[in-house]
Write a protein of this length. Sequence first.
Length: 146
Amino acid sequence: MIYIAYATNDAAIVPMIVSQLEGAGLESWHRTEDWQPEIDARLAAADTLLAVMSPFARATDSVAYEWATALAQGTPVLLLILRATDLHPRQENLPTFDFTGGPQWEDLLAALQRNAGQPAQSPDEPAAEPAAQPASDVLAGAPDMV
């Protein structure tokens, strides 16, 4: 299971991420409004934590708690850079997928599949259907950090 950590201000991208993961046969979980009771159990059960990073996520205690807990448990952490931001020193050597210039779904999904023990999709197989809305369109409506 892929645990998706994100800041509330970046929530618009989460359905697109979930759609891509489902298209690749990967199960995921992300917090909703009632997430507190489940967070530690879901973190413990995760194969990988995917941290959606932005200035909002960098400033959010819950996102820091989620990725730091995953690292402490030995769970692989991958970073999806949604908006340019400084990373925490503990994140600097983690696998990073820079979506600021456009999505890198193929590389990200292959890494997530490896962590989940699934074979990466071969080039002969049909790719996961593209998300209904490009990441750049989703981000266009999201507020910028001042």
